[in-house]
Design a protein around this ligand. Structure first.
Ligand code: UT7
Length: 324
């Protein structure tokens, strides 16, 4: 499938509060050395005052400024989050209100850490279906509120932040070969439960564990396989046109290294900023796109593969010809 659209603006917002590995050493039995060796993570940003919605709106406004579009140009907003401040309305509707956009379609897509890839495929398809020229895609995550801070193997991995892109329909096809896959998580390796219904007649306990629960080694094995499959699928779909660069989901530097080893790509072709922000779930890829663009690492005309994996178990990828 090919979609005639392109990314014309990027934005990102992370919380002010930086928490490095040494600060974690002070509150749990861990070490900077262990975390860096196993993950490549050195620090992360954690929400102290900001809200998920505020980060999303800030990232969205930046992306719109970059694209030079006004709120009324936007015909569809797609939000992407697993940690919204609200069960309803959607993140997209909260962003619509925050940016002052009077009329647009507004909806969310949830696919765990693969969310941005699913949502980019969704927004471009919906723009075609609805005949909309300009779309806004915002991913925002506030995962630190769903951590068990006594589970040292998990809580050290995640951070908070938001990223956004503006998408415009275009003559040339810049957003290509969406590859969206999911397999059932039969061993419950990665999930966050919501509070059960505890109405006065329900048998549910009020103290259900609603923190992120993960079997790290199982997720690692899945992730390595998912990244390899996604990259190889996109390469095959591109035919004679080569992929120049890869912006992967930023979960763990070792997973990215494995992906480089199992494909013919050099590690230098992968953008990596997991050292600074840790895993911000669906927001890792747009935050990375913003940084990679601003630093000049991404260049106009680059064929860039976005690849990811996450709870579900979902995985997949999409190719973006960088247009800005
Ligand atoms: O978007 C999806 C996100 N999820 C992921 O990316 C997770 C993928 N998985 C991983 O990255 C790795 O499995 C982890 C980094 C989570 C863990 O690394 P590992 O090499 O699989 O470690 P392990 O769970 O086998 O634990 C090895 C040792 C254990 O000690 P013993 O039993 O050997 O004495 C753990 O208790 O490391 C210990 N350990 C820690 N030590 C210091 C676990 N967490 C920590 C910690 N600091 N934070």
């Amino acid at each position: 499938m090919s979609i005639s659209a392109k990314i014309v603006g990027v934005g990102a917002c992370v919380p002010q509060k930086m928490v490095d590995n040494h600060m974690l050493e002070a509150i749990m039995d861990t070490s900077d050395e262990w975390i860096v060796k196993r993950t490549g993570i050195r620090e992360r940003r954690l929400v102290t005052e900001e809200t998920n919605t505020e980060m999303a709106i800030s990232a969205a406004k930046q992306a719109m400024d970059h694209a030079d579009v006004s709120p009324d140009d936007i015909g569809i907003i797609v939000g992407c989050t697993i940690t919204s401040d609200f069960a309803t309305p959607s993140l997209a509707s909260l962003v619509q209100k925050g940016i002052g956009c009077g009329m647009a379609a507004a909806m969310d897509v949830a696919a765990g850490c693969t969310g941005f890839i699913y949502a980019l495929a969704t927004i471009t398809s919906m723009m075609d279906t609805l005949g909309v020229d300009t779309g806004l895609l915002v991913a925002a995550e506030n995962l630190s509120c769903r951590m068990n801070w006594e589970d040292r193997a998990t809580c050290i991995l995640f951070g908070d932040g938001a990223g956004a892109v503006v998408v415009k329909r275009s003559e040339e096809n810049h957003i290509k070969h969406p590859f969206l896959r999911a397999i059932p998580d039969t061993d419950d390796v990665l999930f966050i439960k919501n509070k059960r219904n505890d109405n006065p007649w329900s048998a549910a306990q009020a103290n259900d564990d609603i923190s992120l629960t993960m079997k790290g080694q199982d997720v690692f094995v899945f992730a390595v396989d998912a990244m390899e499959k996604s990259i190889k699928h996109l390469e095959a779909a591109m035919g004679d046109t080569k992929i120049d660069k890869i912006v992967p989901h930023q979960a763990n530097n070792r997973i990215i290294q494995f992906a480089a080893n199992s494909t013919h790509f050099d590690k230098d072709q992968f953008y990596v900023n997991v050292d600074k922000y840790a895993n911000t779930s669906s927001a890792t890829i747009p935050i990375a796109l913003k940084e990679a663009h601003d630093s000049g690492w991404l260049k106009k005309g680059d064929e860039v593969a976005l690849v990811g994996f996450g709870a579900g178990l979902t995985y997949g990828g999409i190719v973006v010809k960088w247009a800005i």
